[in-house]
Design a protein around this ligand. Structure first.
Ligand code: XMP
Length: 530
């Protein structure tokens, strides 16, 4: 295991991902974690970047005892400065903040000790890297060597003379650092000598055993499914582990994509054999959404109504299970557990060291579910990143189009209808969305795009159809590429694809006479419009 100590950098989770991509298990913890609270023995430690400056009064610092463990340590950006700050070097503010690409010249240290050069060995004489820092090293700590430099950073990479301590000023974890993943691989595989035993094949077996142990021979589990990758994979995994003692519930909230509830039922129940109930609560949701325009209000209503409907359905399943128990008929037991498809990024979000960041949108849809239910929580995916969940899905024979599916927000089309949500508006958007996705798939662009959807604008524009003037609504198309949805770039479509999409939507969707394409990146825009 590699331990990543997080100082609050926006890239910390990427360090964890890169390690996992080398099939090495990595876990992130806040930098303030005390050594005695770490229950495993890491083979290496990575110190992340940070929005702080090591000299700030309230800046975070690592337990200095980590430097005496004899375990290899790699400091990235602030992590490098933290090593220097602890071991007698000097850190100073840059004349101006360095942000962007840089070329690192790799320098043989002439230390006569192979371990000093081990980090950058084989990565070439020059590396394109990504820099983002306001401070830098101005004096080496004693017994350290320079192993890389740039025009503006003389200490871009350093290594200790005899101990396995390394620091780099740039960010190898972002894809802009061209050989960054290899560099991380050199640290964890060559220097830390980690074994490459983190694979989804191994995970399935271990996790099924773990679920069976947790749940015991009796007792049922319920869980919500949405048709997305995470809940489908979690549901299928539970089904593999405990069969019909797992019961899935899908709530049709009236703002799903076209025919979605039906499709999820066919796939999950008919094809994958999962015990599933679909509850059509669209009338209730739509009546509560009537006249509401404020996005946060829409999210709140959908979140609360979801909890309400789910709990009512769960109560029915519990009552039936209790009745079966009372008759001594089946030995499946009572409902004791609630399945949640929590992923590792959510876990990181809750444990990572918090710099000064603000909530922009509330994303949590079912967070309140456990409060009233007297159920224990089971989260089989909580160690996994999205791409690991996809790999797991493929191993569990979940159909490829579902495994590769773009994310879909919990509040669904309600946050893509910019005005009030009505059945008619939902119908228009569902229709436009299905044409858009169909054409993207036909053009074989779906897998190149991270997320694509249509947005229904609450404005009307003038158009002409035949000899008549029309006055109808506008659809905005959105398609982005993104690694983690924290930042995103708009997708460059071939013009003929946009032309086909536009012509089909304006011709086939009643109520729409104009289509626009959203060319905003995140930041400053967000992926969704609301
Ligand atoms: P934004 O709009 O914040 O979106 O740039 C980033 C990602 O989050 C999704 N998103 C949501 N997902 N509930 C969700 O489950 C929400 O309320 C919500 N809002 C945005 C969005 O689709 C994108 O993938």
């Amino acid at each position: 295991t590699i331990l990543i100590l997080d100082f609050g950098s926006q890239y910390s989770h990427l360090i964890t991902r890169r390690c996992r991509e080398h099939n090495v298990y990595a876990e992130l913890m806040p930098c303030t974690t005390k050594l005695r609270d770490i229950k495993f023995k890491p083979k290496g430690i990575i110190l992340s970047g940070s929005p702080y400056s090591v000299y700030d009064k309230d800046s975070p610092h690592v337990d200095p005892a980590v430097f005496d463990l004899g375990i290899p340590i790699l400091g990235i950006c602030y992590g490098l400065q933290e090593i220097a700050w602890n071991l007698g070097g000097k850190v100073s503010p840059c004349d101006h903040r360095e942000y962007g690409f840089a070329q690192v010249q790799v320098k043989k240290s002439e230390a006569g000790n192979a371990s000093v050069d081990a980090l950058l060995e084989g990565l070439g004489d020059e590396m394109q890297v990504w820099m983002s820092h306001g401070d830098q090293l101005s004096e080496l700590p004693p017994n350290f060597h320079i192993i890389g430099y740039t025009q503006s950073a003389p200490y871009a990479a350093i290594a200790h003379d005899t101990k396995p301590l390394y620091g780099i000023q740039f960010h190898p974890e972002v894809t802009h650092s061209l050989r960054g993943k290899e560099l991380i691989g050199r640290f964890i595989l060559n220097i830390c000598a980690c074994r490459r035993n983190w694979t989804m094949e191994e995970f399935i077996g271990k996790e099924i055993t773990r679920i069976r142990e947790i749940c015991g021979p009796k007792g049922r589990v319920i869980g919500a499914v949405s048709g997305g990758v995470d809940s489908t994979v979690a549901a299928k995994l539970m089904h593999e582990a405990i069969g019909d003692r797992f019961h899935a519930i899908m709530v049709d909230n009236g703002v799903l994509r076209l025919n979605e509830a039906q499709q999820v039922y066919e796939m999950l129940n008919k094809d994958l054999g999962v015990n599933l109930t679909v509850v059509d609560a669209s009338d209730l949701f739509l009546s509560r959404l009537e006249g509401v325009e404020d996005p946060e209000q829409k999210r709140k209503i959908i979140g609360n109504t979801f909890i309400h409907v789910f709990e009512a359905e769960a109560a029915k399943i519990e009552a039936a299970a209790d009745a079966e128990e009372a008759m001594g008929a089946a030995a499946k037991g009572r409902v004791e557990w609630l399945l949640q498809g929590t992923l590792y990024p959510d876990v990181i979000e809750s444990i990572s060291f918090k710099g000064p960041s603000a909530t922009i949108k509330t994303h949590h849809n079912v967070g309140g579910l456990l409060k009233d239910m007297k159920l224990k929580l089971i989260e089989p995916l909580r160690e996994l990143f999205k791409d690991e969940v996809r790999a797991l899905g493929r191993l569990l024979s979940i159909p490829a189009p579902l495994v590769q599916r773009h994310p879909f927000p919990g509040p669904g089309l309600a946050i893509r209808i910019l005005g009030p949500v009505t059945r008619d508006q939902v119908k228009i958007l569902q229709h436009a969305d299905s044409i858009y996705i169909e054409e993207i798939r036909k053009a074989e662009l779906y897998d190149q795009i991270s997320q694509a959807f249509t947005v229904l604008l609450p404005v009307k524009a003038v158009g002409v159809m035949g000899d008549a003037r029309t006055y109808e609504q506008v659809i905005a198309l959105r398609a982005v590429q993104s690694e983690d949805f924290m930042t995103a770039d708009w997708f460059v479509f071939p013009p003929e694809v946009l032309r086909r999409i536009s012509s089909r939507i304006t011709n086939e969707v009643a109520g729409i006479n104009r289509v626009t394409y959203d060319i905003s990146s995140k930041p400053p825009a967000t992926v969704e419009w609301l």
